[in-house]
Ligand binder design. Structure first.
Ligand code: TXA
Ligand code: MG
Length: 353
């Protein structure tokens, strides 16, 4: 299969555009279209067509028990795909849709088990990206879309990343430039008495609690090592995502201690002829002696760090480093989402210095 790429840039985007009609045609015919959202690129198919969903799993190499998120273009479209919309969900949708938040509901019968990984619940998101919304509207169906990476690789934040992983496997890539947020959506389960975060993202616990009061966090998310007794409520969280090719370790501690420890480890590896990549903050970038040193951004701007994270992990693969050392970006806000991704990329290897 030859994968076509269409560039769609500029603010004036509509579901009547030629690109949208062409992409919608592919979706309705049961094919696959990768498209930009404000979080990461999605790999879209008709969410009500089980056969189309199967193609997503095949293209990604994704285990079939890992459910897909259904994307809608307007809140009103939700009534077709869920059993009911609890009050908390209405409040959260009012506050954060369209935007980088996904909610888990009881599914309506029309949603096939092939898209929900056999679950009776369905994850739904209304993205804010104009290209995503135009595509969904033009298609006239909810679009099932996981992140458009090959299973196990960092989520794509640029169309080039999608091409790296999906070229020849899907019909179409819509290139809408870089994704703003750079991390996948916050997932909130609204089926229980208290809303629960199943995956942290740009919409933080504090932001959710401002709107609906108490919010719980799936204990798996804050675990510092894999625990066989903890079963994540989002099936996808059990897999080792975001894995760079090199062996990766995170170092946590006072800034100057982390810098000297990473430099000492780097020197040892250099003596063995190894290539070392370092992911740090703008403040410390000049202090490192690694072969490639990437700053994720200023510590004062967590959004910048989130935006750059996945791109940097892919860059390390390009540079063929043998080891990656990363600073920790722990915090109560966006740091929770950033560290959730980093700790998995590192296979839970974190050293306190
Ligand atoms: O930002 C995002 O959410 C991106 C863009 C494309 O929308 N999508 C995305 O999809 O990250 P994916 O498939 O890579 O991650 C979806 C996560 C998985 O961990 C999956 O297990 C979980 O959502 N999930 C989906 N449906 C679920 C359900 N019914 N119950 C619990 N978890 C669910
Ligand atoms: Mg994913």
């Amino acid at each position: 299969m030859i994968t076509k790429i269409i560039n769609v840039t500029g603010n004036e985007v509509s579901s009547n555009d030629d690109w949208a009609k062409e992409a919608a045609q592919v979706i309705r015919a049961g094919g696959l279209v990768a498209f930009p959202t404000e979080t990461v690129y999605g790999l879209g198919a008709n969410g009500l067509d089980e056969e189309a969903a199967k193609k997503i799993y095949a293209a990604k190499g994704r285990p079939s028990d890992n459910p897909l998120i259904l994307h809608i273009s307007e809140f009103s479209e939700i009534k077709d795909i869920v059993k009911s919309v609890p009050d908390v969900a209405k409040k959260l949708a009012d506050a954060f849709w369209p935007g980088p938040m996904t909610m888990v509901f009881e599914k309506a019968d029309i949603v096939p088990y092939g898209t929900t990984g056999g679950l009776d619940t369905v994850a739904v998101r209304c993205p804010s990206h104009s290209v995503a919304r135009a595509l969904i509207k033009a298609s006239g169906v909810p679009i099932a879309a996981p992140s458009a990476n090959a299973s196990g690789r960092p989520s794509p934040t640029l169309a080039e990343h999608v091409k790296e992983d999906m070229d020849g496997k899907i019909e179409l890539i819509i290139d809408g430039g870089a994704c703003d947020v750079g991390l996948e959506s916050t997932i909130v389960d609204v089926t229980g008495p208290v809303p629960m975060i199943l995956r942290p993202g740009y919409i933080t616990k504090a932001m959710l609690e401002k709107v609906v009061g108490k919010v719980e966090v799936d204990p798996v998310i804050v675990a510092t090592k894999p625990d066989p007794n903890l079963k994540p409520k989002a099936p996808g969280m059990k897999y080792r995502h975001y894995a760079p090719k090199a062996d990766m370790t995170i170092f946590e501690g006072k800034s100057e201690d982390v810098v000297s420890r990473i430099n000492a480890e780097t020197e040892k590896l250099h003596a063995e002829g190894k290539k070392v990549g370092i992911m740090c903050s703008e403040e410390t970038k000049a202090m490192y002696k690694g072969d490639v040193v990437f700053s994720a951004g200023k510590r004062s701007s967590e959004a910048e760090v989130a935006h750059n994270l996945f791109n940097i992990l892919r860059e390390f693969d390009e540079c063929n480093v043998d080891y990656i050392f990363a600073e920790s970006f722990e915090s109560d806000d966006l740091g929770m989402a950033i560290m959730n991704r980093l700790i998995k990329a590192a296979g839970y290897k974190k050293t306190k210095v």
